[in-house]
Write a protein that binds this ligand. Structure first.
Ligand code: ZN
Ligand code: ZN
Ligand code: FE
Length: 781
């Protein structure tokens, strides 16, 4: 196994490279270490268990003067290094070397704020060189206090002394502060009246009062690290339902914050590596599987995540969170403080305006947040982390890719947008921005581009966008291209997905070698102008050929069908039928078990005639749509309240059949996709499920459907004659699908690649665009 490890922090000039060299010798590791512009980069190849020891020793035994602020490692294919080398440093004078992500509170600072005899007892803005805010407070470079939102706070005598003393943990800690000189918290009601302020009283009293209000069932908007969060008591059904109503967030799961890892252990399955990542500097939200029927689970309201077998959890990552959790003790819901689909609020005034109908109280402070950085979200796939939302703790950490030579801007897609900027060896991925249809999110998108270009001092020579003519990111890119006289090129969405997964896995291709690229998602603009999304592609770094995809599905009412998945099911029934009575027979069969209001006698006729006359029935081939249809077939009759909800429910049904993730899909193959030339037909599967509705176990059917997809991939891979299979697109956030696909491909001698640091969903598109742009410029020279 080979690992690429990128470490940022105080790692240069402190004997870090010799230390790594020694560790490598000790654990029989080959590869190299160097100082890159972004920190220390290590490539380590060796036995899996040696690598594990090597990695854990890095943090355990690191040189005394070194500080690890961020640590990212990913698995790559073996190269066959024969020794371990220290490679000469790459010289890069750009200031952006010093842009670090925000880091969770370190243990020393934690001990200080909980120690009554320490001068920082209960001070909510305690930090040191090892921890605290970075990316969220940086205004300009070089990174020092004057270039941060801390610039208006003047050090007191004690803080200044710490800051100036090289032996102190706070030596040059730019946001260093204390009760006497730093920011303070204030509790305000939703009319803007101050209740308690730490300017007049102890922070502790303000925090106690806030915890008391949470206990009373109030909704508190808390100004956190990278933006506002809405907090409520996680055991209180009524307040959670109220929060859902006020936030207009019907069923999308909420994330929880737990006080300590031990509280967590009784409720969820938790592996060692999951623990490590929860307590890491990045401190992300991790999706974990709930333990079933545990008494302890009753402490968490059903309305937090309904029947979802997974739950998103995090630990307190700032002093304010730690102190609040100390007072409150029990788990709280901590969800982003925004109006549905708007970006997360960062400014006090703005939050008071836009959240006043949601929150009862505001726990504010006067340290400004420079840019919104949401909580990151991670899910473990095959015991390896996969980042589903890359933001706090990771942004703006770059990928180090030696192939990258040019300065390029990739503007991403439309949903879950992120942007990317590159320069030699590095691709900087932005934090999660969001869905661009929303005006404020679009504004945030434009601002993020300007912000990152400025901070990273990158002058794009090329701008790359999605092929979709109506994506706002693309229109922006075209305008930007004209205004700045920079060439613009576009890139097919699903090829961008494939390039992104190939790039982050640094897949090495021999001359002329190709990979089988499988890009499955909800939607993306195809070369033929229809919506793709179930792509089997033969691809390399330069080009791709579309080889197969689902038989297209008509979406009656377009967006409406995506919101109401039963419409997609009945549209498939239409394609499967020769006349009204055949279609009605299928509908009736389904209606023996499930109901949809609109489908009374006249409703059916109307629906049929819309399909027959093809009135506003765009066709699409997204795998997400087939998931929607099968979910509807198994009883998902309500409208979806967030993107991917119906597909998620199908995954959960299947997950409940696989009662432990260790247990595998069995070998029986009931459902089989038919491949006819380039078209994958699913009629037989739909027909079979429909006829079995009376006798079947829904979970079993859901699992068998996943199973059929896994075998579809395997079958196609075998027939392709290729050995490398790249898996990307939002559908591969599905753990049952991904884990079983990877397992089966490996078992049959293939090398599967899937995402680690970059999300498989459209947040990864910007990376693919950079890779393509780099290739494009390389060909020009
Ligand atoms: Zn600290
Ligand atoms: Zn001070
Ligand atoms: Fe996509």
């Amino acid at each position: 196994m080979r690992k690429k490890i990128i470490i940022q922090g105080v790692v240069q000039g402190v004997g870090f490279r010799p230390f790594i060299y020694q560790l490598a010798q000790e654990h029989d590791i080959n590869g190299w270490v160097n100082n890159s512009a972004v920190g220390v980069v290590i490539e380590a190849e060796g036995e899996k268990r040696n690598l594990k020891k090597f990695e854990s020793d890095i943090s355990l035994k690191k040189p005394t003067l070194s500080v690890i602020m961020s640590y990212e490692s990913s698995e790559l294919d073996d190269i066959g290094y024969s020794d371990f080398k220290i490679i000469e440093s790459i010289k890069d004078q750009k200031a952006s070397v010093l842009i670090l992500p925000d880091t969770s509170t370190c243990n020393e600072c934690r001990d200080e704020i909980l120690n009554p005899s320490n001068r920082r007892y209960y001070y909510p803005f305690t930090n040191c060189t090892n921890c605290g805010p970075r990316y969220s407070i940086i205004q300009s470079l070089p990174y020092d206090r004057h270039g941060t939102t801390m610039k208006n706070f003047t050090f007191c005598h004690d803080c200044k002394k710490e800051y100036k003393s090289p032996s102190n943990r706070r030596f040059h800690a730019q946001p260093n502060a204390c009760t006497n000189c730093g920011p303070f918290i204030e509790l305000i009601d939703n009319d803007g009246n101050s209740i308690l302020s730490a300017k007049q009283t102890d922070s502790r009293i303000v925090i106690e009062k806030s915890a008391f209000l949470l206990k009373e069932g109030k909704i508190i908007a808390l100004k956190g690290l990278g933006g506002f969060q809405l907090l409520v008591d996680a055991s209180n059904d009524a307040v959670i339902q109220e929060l859902r109503k006020r936030k207009n967030r019907e069923r999308k799961p909420f994330a929880l914050m737990f006080r300590k890892i031990v509280d967590l252990e009784e409720m969820v399955f938790l592996s060692e590596i999951e623990k490590e990542i929860l307590t890491s500097n990045a401190s992300p939200i991790v999706l974990l599987k709930k333990k079933k029927d545990k008494k302890s689970n009753r402490k968490i309201s059903y309305f937090v995540s309904f029947d979802n077998p997974y739950i998103g959890v995090m630990l307190p990552y700032t002093p304010l969170h730690i102190l609040l959790m100390e007072e409150f003790q029990n788990p709280i819901v901590a969800t982003s403080g925004n109006l549905s689909s708007e970006p997360i609020c960062i400014d006090n005034k703005e939050a008071l305006e836009s959240l006043k109908d949601i929150a009862d109280y505001f726990l504010l402070h006067n340290r400004p947040i420079e840019r919104a950085v949401d909580d990151s979200v991670i899910r473990f796939m095959k015991n390896r982390p996969m980042i589903l939302r890359r933001a706090r703790g990771y942004a703006p950490l770059p990928l180090v890719l030696p192939e990258i030579k040019y300065e390029i801007l990739g503007v991403g897609a439309q949903l879950k947008n992120t942007i990317a900027l590159s320069r030699s060896d590095h691709v900087f991925l932005s934090q999660h921005i969001g869905d661009l249809e929303n005006e404020k999110t679009y504004t945030a998108f434009v601002k993020t581009i300007e912000d990152m270009i400025h901070l990273l001092e990158i002058n794009p020579k090329l701008i790359v966008g999605d092929k979709h003519p109506n994506y706002l990111s693309r229109s922006f890119a075209e305008k930007y291209s004209k205004d700045h006289e920079i060439p613009f090129i576009d890139l097919q969405h699903h090829y961008a997905h494939i390039l992104s997964v190939l790039a982050e896995n640094e897949v090495l291709l021999n001359d002329g070698e190709k990979v089988l690229g499988i890009a499955w998602d909800g939607t993306g603009y195809g070369d033929d102008g229809i919506l793709w999304g179930s792509e089997f592609m033969i691809a390399d770094w330069k080009s791709y050929a579309r080889k197969a995809s689902l038989k297209s599905i008509a979406l009656p009412g377009g967006e409406k069908a995506i919101r109401e998945p039963w419409r997609i099911l009945f549209s498939i029934f239409f394609d499967m039928s020769h006349n009204f009575s055949e279609w009605e027979k299928k509908v009736n069969l389904w209606q023996n078990f499930y109901r949809v209001e609109q489908l009374n006698a006249s409703g059916k006729k109307l629906f049929y005639s819309i399909l027959e006359k093809e009135i506003n029935t765009p066709r699409a081939t997204g795998m997400g749509r087939l998931f929607d249809a099968v979910s509807a077939l198994l009883g998902f009759t309500r409208p979806v309240s967030f993107e991917g909800e119906a597909a998620m429910e199908l995954e959960f049904l299947a997950a409940s059949e696989v009662n432990s993730l260790k247990k595998r899909i069995n070998q029986e193959r009931d459902y089989i996709f038919q491949i006819q030339n380039t078209e994958i037909n699913y009629y037989e599967i739909i027909e079979k499920v429909l006829n079995e509705l009376s006798s079947m176990n829904r979970s079993k059917v859901a699992l068998k459907f996943h199973h059929a997809l896994v075998y579809l991939i395997l079958g196609y891979a075998q027939q392709s004659g290729l050995s490398k299979v790249a898996l990307s697109g939002g559908v591969f956030q599905n753990i049952i699908l991904l884990e079983n696909t990877v397992r089966l491909l490996k078992k049959n001698g293939f090398s599967p690649y899937w995402h680690q640091k970059v999300p498989p969903n459209d947040a990864g598109i910007a990376l693919g665009q950079i890779i393509h742009g780099n290739q494009y410029l390389k060909n020009l020279r």
